[in-house]
Design a protein around this ligand. Structure first.
Ligand code: CP
Ligand code: NVA
Length: 312
């Protein structure tokens, strides 16, 4: 069963197969109306179920368009509208929905719930963001870098600055699997997940952890940030104060490599983690990055349903 709960189980070859498929399929439909189905309609007759425990704009729309462009359809629900919200267990929900749809995507507060859904489902389960990781987003980020730079991600240098969160954790995992250098700059006390960091380093990942934004910028081909307060977290003045020196502004961007790309998974809090000048500036690739959620998720769906990556 090919779940996409995190990046590591797919392995470097699986991730590369997904990226290559996304590049290829995106190019093949350039200029087409968005609702037109891909020539081969590889998921005709398939249904994707999506469950959201937290808000979403990009993940919701991009997965819905992804399955449609592959020839399939979707059912989208918020957890609160389901019996899940009244105490039906994740395990029973998994058993039932496995009889009705071909794959499930879950956005949840708790990574443990995602693991449980996968344990009891007999169909592939995809991580649409948990408190711990956001693997689909990081795949879109990598696709965007490769598209904009014209070179493979392997061997590049990325900087992540801000709160050590689900995005940071998935970037750490990605860097160790796809062999790019990652420099993480976060305030003291807001480090990324220690277990994910240790596993990535044990895998041979080249990851630097710094407590200034400036140190993280050295040699960076890509600069990434994210909100300082993730969904489900309490807004605190102390946290905002600690994160303020990590704002991505023109002065900070000037410390990265010339022409370094700026990425943000969005939604952005302009004036907090990033200034308007960077978001709207020439180095920003955030709109391509958002669009690429669609293209990479098509490839993730194909991988989960065994349509690509045979023999991996
Ligand atoms: N980047 C991202 O996951 O956006 P949404 O929360 O809008 O889905
Ligand atoms: N770290 C953010 C990402 C949003 C897409 C959050 O979890 O809210």
């Amino acid at each position: 069963m090919r779940h996409f709960l995190d990046l590591a189980p797919a392995g470097p070859a699986g991730l590369r197969a997904i990226l290559d498929e996304a590049h290829r399929r995106k190019a093949a439909r350039a200029g087409w109306p968005k609702g037109r189905v891909d020539e081969d309609a590889p998921l005709a007759g398939h249904v994707l179920g999506m469950i959201f425990e937290k808000p979403s704009t990009r993940t919701r729309f991009s997965f819905d368009m992804a399955i449609r462009q592959l020839g399939g359809t979707s059912i989208v629900s918020s957890a609160g509208e389901m019996q899940l919200g009244r105490g039906e267990t994740i395990a029973d929900t998994a058993r039932v929905l496995s009889r009705m749809v071909d794959a499930l995507m879950l956005r949840t507060n708790s990574h443990a719930k995602l693991d449980q859904l996968a344990e009891f489902a007999s169909i592939p389960v995809i991580n649409g963001l948990t408190d711990l990781t956001h693997p689909c987003q990081v795949m879109a980020d990598i696709l965007t870098f490769e598209e904009r730079s014209g070179r493979p991600v392997e061997g590049s240098t990325w900087a992540y600055v801000g709160d050590g969160n689900n995005m940071t954790n998935s970037l750490i995992e990605a860097s160790s699997l796809l062999k790019f250098d990652l420099r993480v700059g976060v305030p003291h006390g807001l480090d990324p997940d220690a277990g994910i960091m240790a596993t990535a380093c044990a895998r041979g990942g080249c990851i630097g952890l710094y407590h200034t934004a400036e140190e993280a910028m050295v040699g960076a081909d890509v600069v990434v940030t994210d909100t300082w307060v993730s969904m489900g977290q309490k807004d605190s003045e102390a946290k905002i104060a600690a994160c303020t020196p990590f704002q991505v502004n023109d002065a900070l961007m000037a410390r990265a490599n010339p022409g370094a790309l700026f990425l943000h998974c969005l939604p952005a809090h302009r004036g907090d983690e990033v200034t308007d000048s960077v978001m709207d500036g020439p180095q920003s690739a955030v709109w391509d990055e958002a669009e690429n959620r669609l293209h990479v998720q098509k490839a993730i769906l194909l991988w989960c349903l065994d349509k690509i990556g045979a023999g991996i």
